[in-house]
Design a protein around this ligand. Structure first.
Ligand SMILES: Nc1ncnc2c1ncn2[C@@H]1O[C@H](COP(=O)(O)OP(=O)(O)OP(=O)(O)O)[C@@H](O)[C@H]1O
Ligand SMILES: [Mg+2]
Length: 748
């Protein structure tokens, strides 16, 4: 990092780096504007060419037409079959409509259109774009032997057609409606309309097909499930039956078998018990009667036995008769005795009879008892059995309910399957075409404003890009701002490229000097002279703070205009009545001497050897008052640096300082040789000449940086050989009349 101007001369401190600034940093808006100002012809040319090409394209491009059909997704579902629900159907929402837009742009819809309209036979869809460029490409491909395209397979053709159809299709939802617009762009309005309509149709067919497929898939799945369920239901029912027979469960009309048996048996037992009790009562009564002599009348009635009744009646009759006889004839009366014997007989018979009845009753009772017993036994058995059966019934219920569930499922699936089959026959679409595309010409491309607008933008972009690129690639000095920013030294002005007239004043002292060398004298009102006067002012301002008499004119590279600037500046100074000495110290290439005093016999070297020779070596110009000390060098000189840094040189300059106000020294370029570095300790200041738009920024920075003495003593820089036209552009911001102050040719 270094800083120019630390000595306090015209140079201003900057914190710029060693090299030119990076491009990004310098590309602010102002810099860009300046670039545009400088490079506007490039930009204009690029815009004009782009507009021309755009127009050419507009005239030659194959026109494209767009047609649109409009499809509406119907939210009110078609009620062809009431309560019908189509598989895959869902509530229509915004997302659904957007998805349909994508479906319309899909390759499947495009493929359907390609097949429907047989687009593979249309050159527009398989033969590449007809047109200048297209046919050129086709010609080139056929030249290269690439005629395979002509024999492309049907599938490849189809794919290409699909690609073209999808590329030219635009589907978009209209606002927040359920309406979708399908646009197609083709080479003719008819084709565009045909394809736009076909796209709508293909979409709707595709939608139906999708639903059909979905329903078919669903019904196939249902069929499979139904088959499975049917088997399951059958199996479950078989299991129920098997279990029933296994567990002896027989269903009768009045309930299960064992329950019914139980009821019957209960009735029987009750009956049996009653008859047993009856039999026992009878038996008991008979036993009671047997104990008594003559049974009671009530008892006998109860027995309802005719024999006993008759015997008892007879007995009672005999007894009455015997009592009567005994009373009348005494108890020993034969008749009474016979009666009593007969009564005895009857009593015996009665007893036998009762005995017999008792026997019968007893056996009856026993029978009833054993019957009751047997019924009870079978009751017990049945109860036991019923317990086991109810256990089995729990399991049975389970089996039955699962069989029922499978059966219900089977039924509902069957129902669904039937509905689905119905829909297979009548699929319903939600979309309908509300506006068909017409073949009214609607040219969408090329549109002149669009093409020209695009071309203009492209031209501007390319132009500005090129201009900027040119500036960036070159990185030269063009503006005082460049000088000050990059070198950190004051720019003393821009010297335009001068083109002197053939007629110019000639000094008798320098008869061979070319016109450029006297330009400032011949054109005192020119910008050239003005800039040199400005340089003088800069020197004078520097002189206020210290002695600035010996001023070296340097440049980084040869041919930048050091000698021209030095001579003209020296003449301007001399003409302003300052005693001025111009020394040609460019011992490597004393071009100044060659031009001004080609025949000089003595010069700087001779004066260094013999200081007294100064006066005789100096050539004075009577027209301007300038003194010139040439350099007479024979052949190439290697020790120029030693000479320039010698004490003799120092002494020479010291003595010259007494006689002159300004001593200008024309030096060799800094970059290639070390002469300037060698002489720099003897210099009070340097003026750096930079060739406008030529000298590389980096080279100039490196030259000035090469020595602290040079760097510190640079008073300022002048840009030389500026293109007047470019200069006009750069300085256009100063106003139209700015240039009026400069008059380059006297009398004009
Ligand atoms: N402002 C200018 N307009 C037009 N031509 C110019 C200008 N300045 C210099 N030239 C021309 O440029 C060429 C080189 O100029 P000059 O000899 O002054 O440069 P230099 O730096 O001294 O070169 P060298 O390093 O060879 O000594 C000359 O032909 C000169 O006429
Ligand atoms: Mg020169």
């Amino acid at each position: 990092m270094f800083k120019f101007g630390s000595s306090g001369f015209g140079a201003r401190p900057i914190d710029a780096g060693a090299g030119p600034e990076p491009a990004g940093a310098s590309l602010d808006l102002r810099a860009l504007l300046e670039i545009v100002k400088r490079q506007w012809p490039v930009i204009a040319l690029s815009v004009v060419v782009a507009l021309g090409l755009g127009f050419l394209y507009f005239v030659t491009a194959a026109p494209r037409y767009t047609a649109s059909s409009i499809v509406m997704i119907d939210t009110r579902r078609n009620q062809l079959l009431p309560g019908q629900r189509v598989a895959g159907e869902s509530q229509i929402d915004a997302g659904f409509v957007e998805s349909q837009v994508e479906v319309m742009k899909s390759t499947s819809v495009a493929l359907a259109v390609v097949r429907e309209l047989k687009l593979t036979r249309d050159a527009e869809f398989v033969g590449g774009e007809p047109g200048a460029v297209g046919s050129l490409i086709a010609a080139a491909t056929s030249l290269l032997g690439g005629d395979a395209a002509g024999e492309a397979s049907e599938e490849a053709k189809e794919n290409q057609a699909v690609r073209i159809v999808t590329a030219n299709t635009v589907a978009r939802r209209t606002g927040l409606t359920y309406v979708i617009q399908i646009g197609y762009t083709a080479s003719t309005p008819q084709k565009a309309a045909m394809i736009a309509n076909a796209l709508g149709e293909a979409y709707m067919n595709g939608e139906l097909e999708t639903k059909y497929q979905a329903t078919r898939r669903a019904s196939r799945w249902l069929q499979e499930r139904i088959k499975e369920l049917r088997e399951q239901a059958g199996e479950a029912e078989r299991a129920v039956q098997a279990y029933k027979s296994e567990n002896n469960i027989i269903d009768t009309g009045r309930g299960l078998m064992s329950e019914q048996q139980l009821g019957d048996l209960n009735t029987q037992i009750a009956t049996a018990r009653a008859s047993t009790a009856e039999a026992r009562a009878r038996l008991e009564r008979i036993l009671q009667i047997q104990n008594s002599d003559i049974p009671e009348g009530t008892v006998v009635d109860a027995l309802r036995n005719d024999v006993i009744i008759r015997l008892r009646a007879q007995y009672l009759d005999f007894s009455a008769r015997e009592a009567d006889l005994s009373r009348r004839f005494g108890s020993n009366h034969g008749a009474a005795v016979s009666l009593r014997n007969q009564m005895q007989e009857i009593r015996r018979s009665l007893r036998d009879q009762l005995q017999q009845i008792g026997e019968t009753y007893k056996s009856e009772y026993e029978i009833a008892l054993s019957r009751e017993k047997s019924l009870r036994a079978s009751m017990d058995q049945l109860v036991e059995q019923a317990g086991a059966t109810s256990q089995a019934q729990v399991k049975l219920k389970d089996l039955e309910s699962s069989a029922q569930a499978v059966r219900n499922l089977y039924d509902s699936f069957l129902q669904r399957s039937m509905e689905a089959t119905q829909q297979l026959t009548i699929p319903v679409s939600e979309a309908r075409l509300i506006t068909a595309a017409t073949d009214q010409p609607n040219k969408t491309w090329p549109k002149l404003p669009l093409v020209l607008g695009g071309a203009l933008l492209a031209g501007l972009g390319i132009g500005i890009g090129t201009a900027w690129g040119r500036e960036m690639v070159s990185r030269r000095f063009r503006t005082p701002g460049d000088v000050e920013r990059i070198l950190g030294v004051e720019c003393l002005g821009i010297l335009p490229r001068i083109e002197p007239e053939d007629e110019h004043s000639v000094s008798p002292a320098f008869p061979t000097a070319p016109a450029e060398m006297r330009y400032a004298l011949d054109n005192p009102l020119s910008r050239f002279a003005e800039v040199l006067r400005n340089a003088k002012v800069a020197v004078d301002i520097a002189r206020l703070s210290r002695e600035v008499k010996v001023i070296g004119i340097i440049s980084a590279l040869p041919n930048e205009g050091k000698s021209t600037v030095a001579t003209n500046l020296a003449q301007v100074l001399a003409q302003a009545t300052h005693r001025t000495l111009l020394i040609d110290a460019d011992l490597r290439n004393p071009s100044l001497t060659r031009q001004m005093t080609p025949g000089a016999a003595r010069g700087l070297i001779e004066v260094l050897v013999d200081p007294r020779a100064l006066e005789s070596a100096v050539v004075s110009d009577p027209t301007s008052g300038l003194d010139f000390l040439p350099a007479v060098v024979k052949g190439r000189m290697a020790q120029s640096a030693e000479l320039l840094s010698s004490s003799a040189m120092s002494r020479l300059l010291d003595s010259a300082k007494d006689r002159y106000d300004y001593i200008l020294i024309d030096l060799a370029p800094v970059s290639p040789v070390i002469d300037v570095k060698a002489i720099s300790p003897l210099m009070d200041a340097f003026i750096c000449v930079i060739e406008w738009g030529e000298s590389s920024q980096q080279v100039v920075v490196e030259s000035l940086e090469s020595s602290d003495l040079i760097r510190d003593r640079v008073l300022g820089a002048v840009l030389n050989k500026a293109d007047p036209v470019m200069l006009g552009r750069i300085e256009s911001y100063k106003g139209r009349h700015y240039q009026n102050y400069y008059i380059d040719q006297p009398g004009r």
